[in-house]
Design a protein around this ligand. Structure first.
Ligand code: TYD
Length: 239
């Protein structure tokens, strides 16, 4: 059978030196999808570097714990935004650029699109976020950002079922009620449902102002089904 653009070998070859971001609201399944895509591309002979933002470097992981283990009600939104950018500057310099220069495929969990959505929902101007990102990452924008879209209720139901999210942070933000009384959300998840609705809306709108391509994928359904949808998008990054 002839190779199609989405078979693992062809796709892995086409994506050499490409930077792909998987992003979306909490519980959208992007991390599962990133792992599935990494496995798929690796099976096709691709050299994949997976990373996450914030974090992904020793310095970035320290910044990450400042961001996610504290009560964000106490943190100024400029400080919050700059900390995300600082972590990202380190990630790009230490991990993303060297990997791309070596012809690897970089798959990153969250990136500037998350700042547009989350800090945007906290009142930060989205164009300003993009300006700050230009300073932090230079021209290292993703070749493609895939957004996994689910509504807030679906996303939080998924997180509520996931023990991995419990216990990261015991302090609740004073910015609003939590969705699940018995869940122990991290600082971001502790924000109100209204906040998360705004996050989703900003994710859906970000493509209009983002410097590089953003595609939205329906994140509902079984992981295998969503993976097939994500594969369809990856062909857009072909050389
Ligand atoms: P994380 O545990 O990585 O969330 P997830 O498992 O959903 O990826 O925590 C990241 C949290 O930080 C998440 O709620 C989104 C938020 N965030 C921002 O507010 N701004 C940003 O720029 C980024 C990258 C993440």
């Amino acid at each position: 059978m002839p190779d199609t653009p989405n078979d693992a070998r062809t796709l892995a070859a086409n994506l050499r030196g490409r930077f792909i971001v998987f992003d979306g609201p909490d519980g959208s399944g992007k991390s599962t999808q990133r792992r599935m895509m990494a496995d798929y591309l690796t099976s096709g002979g691709g050299e994949v570097v997976s990373c996450r933002d914030p974090g992904g470097t020793e310095i970035g992981d320290r910044i990450r714990s400042v961001l996610l283990d504290f009560d964000l009600g106490k943190m100024d939104v400029n400080c919050e935004t700059l900390l995300f950018m600082a972590s990202r500057a380190q990630l790009v310099a230490e991990v993303v650029r060297p990997a791309l220069n070596a012809g690897r495929i970089v798959l990153c969990d969250r990136f500037v699109t998350s700042t547009c959505a989350y800090q945007g929902a906290a009142g930060y101007n989205v164009e300003r976020v993009i300006e700050l990102a230009r300073f932090a990452i230079g021209d290292s924008w993703p070749h493609l950002t895939v957004l996994f879209d689910v509504d807030v209720e679906t996303g939080f139901k998924r997180i509520g079922r996931t023990a991995a999210h419990a216990g990261k942070n015991r302090a609740k933000s004073d910015t609003g009620a939590t969705l699940f009384e018995d869940a122990l959300p991290d600082a971001m998840e502790a924000r109100s449902i209204e906040f998360h609705r705004k996050v989703r809306r900003l994710f859906l709108e970000v493509g209009a102002v983002y410097p590089t391509e953003v595609v939205t994928v329906d994140g509902t359904g079984a992981p295998d089904v969503v993976h097939q949808r994500a594969l369809e998008c990856m062909a857009r990054v072909a050389h």
